[in-house]
Write a protein that binds this ligand. Sequence first.
Ligand SMILES: *Cc1c(COP(=O)(O)O)cnc(C)c1O
Length: 373
Amino acid sequence: MTASPAPTVPLFTAEAASFGLDLAPLLQGVVDSGRYILGPRVQAFEAAFAAYVGVAHGIGVANGTDALELALRALDIGPGRRVVTVANAGFYGSTAIRAVGATPVYVDVDEVSLTLSPAGLAEALAGQAVDAVIVTHLYGQLADVAAIADLCSVAGVPLIEDGAQAHGARRDGRAAGAWGRIGAFSFYPTKNLGALGDGGALVTQDAALADRLRSLRQYGWCAKYEVALAGGRNSRLDELQAAVLSAKLPLLDAANTQRRAVAARYHAALADLPLRLPPSTGEDFVAHLYVLRTPHRAALQAHLAAAGIACDVHYPVADHRQPLLAGSAAAPILPVSEAACTQVLTLPCFPGLRDQQIEQVIAAVRGFHEGGA
Ligand SMILES: *Cc1c(COP(=O)(O)O)cnc(C)c1O
């Protein structure tokens, strides 16, 4: 096999990571400040991000997986508890559920949106004890979160939103993270709002929960060196990352608009092909990933690679089919999630992707289907 040429259309760039800002002076300012952990820059970012989402409290943490784990701990989810989640979202929710000793209850996703199916959730809530629900706004698409929040509220079960791929996705003016009891976010560099390293945040309207989360992220402290809560961790956000995130936050909506414009171009240019495309080009979709579905994934991926176009699969293995779980109790049957794992393919979609690159991607995908170059 000959090696593919370096992609001329990448999946992400340094320019997309900085939103085109000159971040060096900002970083130098943190170096000179002498404050590196949970200082004024973290506080300022927490307030700004909570306001952006439209909730009262923001809590910076070390990464998105910790955010999910701390959300569960704050809600007293531990051993013997059961948490509904989906199986097509990269195992992050499963990692957090397993970390607190609880059991994931996998529910299938909606055929169109690939996010948690309200009908499936209703069935799970009716069938067995459920202690919490995690809804993932996958690929930047807000789930049917109003229906899901209603089901949870009727059942008296707390809802955690995983907004790690959906910063700024909105429906009826309400943003990802503002629908559930707690919203969890990652600022991994490639996310719509990304740091220059790891970072995460939690948001909530509930002051008591916010206090618990602040304590849990720092050893369970109620005051310095005084431990009051069980399950405490060290999971803090750095001043350096908070400075970067605060500088980028005012540009997030514009960056999301750019991502959405790329998605709309693909949508218009590929709609007549035998592909399944993302369902929305509206404000409930922030185009974190442009994921199409095709029964000919391997061949299309090879064709794109040969044309110098980077693509990826999010995600190839369903949570309940991970090797880690081989041989454990009978795996649930999740036809939509499992089919998606074999068919999903992610095209380049990020702010700063150039017109000519978008055209190159479109020409290559069309070329594959039309049997041309
Ligand atoms: C990236 C991601 C996470 C995990 O975030 P990290 O910061 O990498 O731990 C969680 N959920 C979803 C949906 C993600 O995309």
